[in-house]
Design a protein around this ligand. Structure first.
Ligand SMILES: Nc1ncnc2c1ncn2[C@@H]1O[C@H](COP(=O)(O)OP(=O)(O)OP(=O)(O)O)[C@@H](O)[C@H]1O
Ligand SMILES: [Mg+2]
Length: 259
């Protein structure tokens, strides 16, 4: 066919079956105000989908609704073709979802290692299994090994973020919902965190749905972009479709935030 040559790889996969998707999601914190107002998005195994948009537009709310902290009033959340809409977070966890909240979520007075173990408390793992998983976390995050006996609250913001990521990986999730992984983190650690997120998709095959304000850094590792405005998708497409110049996307995003 004539258009085969122009069909990008991304074009192919964006048509392929997602691991996690939501369709026409409506959700909010009170009965009369919808924050998500008909939002549809997808995350594919081995790929990073990124949600960008202005402050207060509902990006974090989307992740909370996907992970079951908020019950959608309509629409569906699908794991493959299985409907998991409105399941509570512990079931989402069991189904293979993990969630990194925007706000700090470690227990600051507990040691780093205890915080990591808490990532698996619900599974009551055997000691040997727990030891193996800790070892894997330490191998991936050397700084965490170094700091494992310290209270988590004594670590820098970027180090704590790494502990949070390591903790969520203890459950071996297939889908990872990540909310602003590098807000308030120094540039060097940010770079490391984006590399980690990229490798979760590229090397470990996880489906990543990344919410980010740092558009340039996030887009560098992203495959598919959703620009969200007022609780709905304003525009979407494979990253290449937004142009190699990310300024174009930023401008488009700013336009989306106008009015
Ligand atoms: N716990 C809550 N109770 C009531 N309203 C909330 C709650 N959390 C968020 N909201 C409201 O929902 C809307 C969307 O918030 P949300 O946190 O999803 O935005 P966001 O796109 O993640 O913004 P940011 O980029 O600042 O993180 C905002 O108007 C906010 O005030
Ligand atoms: Mg947010």
């Amino acid at each position: 066919m004539a258009d085969v040559a122009s069909t990008s790889r991304s074009h192919d996969w964006s048509r392929s079956a997602p691991l996690l998707s939501c369709e026409n999601l409506v959700a909010g914190y009170t009965r009369d105000i919808d924050i998500l107002r008909d939002l549809s998005a997808k995350a594919w195994a081995g790929r990073i989908s990124c949600v960008v948009g202005p402050n207060g537009t509902g990006k974090s709310t989307l992740l909370k609704a996907l992970f079951g902290f908020l019950k959608p009033s309509s629409g569906r959340v699908l794991l493959g073709d299985k409907d998991i809409t409105g399941q509570p977070p512990f079931r989402m966890l069991a189904a293979g979802l993990a969630y990194l909240p925007q706000r700090p979520s470690l227990f600051p007075h507990l040691t780093v290692e205890t915080n990591l173990k808490l990532g698996l408390w619900h599974a009551r793992p055997k000691k040997a299994v727990l030891g193996e998983k800790l070892e894997r976390a330490y191998a991936r995050f050397p700084i965490i090994r170094e700091k494992r006996a310290q209270p988590a609250g004594q670590l820098s913001g970027g180090q704590q973020r790494q502990v949070e990521i390591a903790r969520s990986l203890m459950t071996d999730p297939s889908i990872y919902l990540i909310d602003e992984p590098t807000a308030g983190v120094d540039p060097q650690t940010s770079e490391l965190i984006y590399e980690i997120v990229r490798d979760l998709a590229r090397d470990l095959g996880k489906a990543v749905l990344l919410v980010d304000q740092d558009i340039r850094a996030a887009l560098a590792i992203t495959d598919y972009v959703y620009v969200v405005k007022n609780g709905a998708v304003f525009s979407e497409g494979a990253r290449e479709d937004f142009g190699s110049d990310t300024d174009a996307l930023v401008a488009r995003w700013l336009y989306a935030s106008g009015e």
